[in-house]
Design a protein around this ligand. Structure first.
Ligand code: NDP
Length: 247
C-alpha cells in the first residue's frame, strides 16, 4: 500500500545529508511537510530544491546546531504556533566522535558525542512530546545502531550514546503505550554515508547500501497504520526485522 502522509508535519534532524536527507525526501514524497533541521544551510537548500523538483510535499528549513538546547526548545514553540501539533519526529542527527581506545578519547570528543547523540535527542523529545500527543497518530523514530548492543572495541563513546538513546526510546514508549503515539528505533545497518566513511576509511563505499534505499525502509515507521511501539527495527538482508529488548 502506498504511504500517504499528506497533511502530516514531520521533523527530521540531520536532514542536510546522508540518511536524514533521504528520509526527509521520502516523507515529502509521501506528502508530508518536512521541518528539516541541520547546521549546513547548503545541504538543507539542496534538499528543498529536490523536494520542489520531486513535486510533492514541502520543506521548512531550520538551520540549527543541536548543541543549542534553548534553540531546540524554541523549535517546539515555533511548531506549536504554526501547526498546533507534530505528527512525525525522526531523531536522526548524530556524530561518530572517534574510533579509539577508550582511554585515549579526549574529553571534548566524548562530551560532543553525548551532547549531540543523547542530550539533544532528550531535549528534542521533551520539546515535541506534547505536540506529538496532539496528533491523531504521532510517530517517533529514533536512529540507533548495532553498536548499542555489540560493545565493539574502540567504539565506546558512540556505542554508549546509542545504547542511551535506545533506552530513552523504550522508556518513552512505555510511558505512552496507551496513547496513539508510537515510538520506535531504527538501526539502518552499515550505510554509504560520510559517517560510515569516517568509521571505516578502508572500506569500499560501493559495497554498502545507498542511504536512499535505507530511507525507503525507515519511512514506513511513520505510517499512521503502524501498531508497534518500543521496538528496534534493524536492517537485515534487505529487510527490516523488528525486535524487543528483554525487559
Ligand atoms: P552523516 O554524518 O552522513 O550525517 C549526519 C547528519 O547529522 C548530518 O545531516 C549533520 O548535519 C547532522 N548533525 C551532526 N551534528 C549536528 C549538530 N551538532 N547539529 C545539527 N545537526 C547535526 O551520518 P549518517 O547519515 O550516516 O547517520 C544518520 C544516523 O544514522 C545517525 O544517528 C547514525 O548514528 C545512524 N547510523 C548510521 C549508520 C551508517 O552506517 N551510516 C549505521 C548505524 C546508525 P550538519 O553537519 O549539516 O549539521
Amino acid at each position: 500500500m502506498t504511504l500517504d502522509l499528506s497533511g502530516r508535519v514531520a521533523v527530521v534532524t540531520g536532514a542536510s545529508r546522508g540518511i536524514g536527507y533521504f528520509i526527509a525526501r521520502e516523507l515529502a514524497a509521501a506528502g508530508a511537510h518536512v521541518i528539516a533541521v541541520a547546521r549546513t544551510v547548503g545541504g538543507l537548500e539542496e534538499l528543498d530544491d529536490q523536494i520542489k523538483a520531486d513535486g510533492r510535499g514541502q520543506a521548512t528549513l531550520v538551520p540549527l546546531d543541536l548543541t543549542d538546547m534553548p534553540g531546540i526548545d524554541r523549535l517546539g514553540g515555533a511548531i506549536h504556533e504554526r501547526w498546533g501539533k507534530l505528527d512525525i519526529l525522526v531523531a536522526n542527527a548524530g556524530v561518530l566522535g572517534v574510533i579509539s581506545p577508550i582511554g585515549h578519547v579526549e574529553a571534548k570528543t566524548f562530551d560532543k558525542v553525548m551532547t549531540v547523540n543523547v542530550t539533544s535527542t532528550w531535549r528534542l523529545i521533551r520539546s515535541v512530546d506534547p505536540l506529538l500527543r496532539l496528533s491523531d497518530a504521532g510517530r517517533a523514530i529514533i536512529l540507533s545502531s548495532s553498536a548499542a548492543h555489540s560493545a565493539r572495541a574502540f567504539w565506546a563513546p558512540y556505542a554508549a550514546s546509542k545504547a542511551a538513546v535506545e533506552t530513552m526510546m523504550r522508556s518513552w514508549a512505555h510511558e505512552t503505550e496507551s496513547l496513539a503515539l508510537r515510538v520506535n528505533a531504527a538501526d539502518p545497518g552499515a550505510t554509504r554515508t560520510a559517517m560510515r566513511a569516517q568509521a571505516m576509511p578502508g572500506e569500499d563505499p560501493e559495497t554498502l547500501p545507498h542511504p536512499s534505499e535505507i530511507a525507503k525502509r525507515i519511512v514506513p515507521l511513520a505510517s499512521p497504520e503502524l501498531k508497534e511501539t518500543g521496538l528496534i527495527f534493524r536492517a537485515k538482508h534487505n529487510r527490516f526485522v523488528a525486535y524487543r529488548q528483554p525487559e
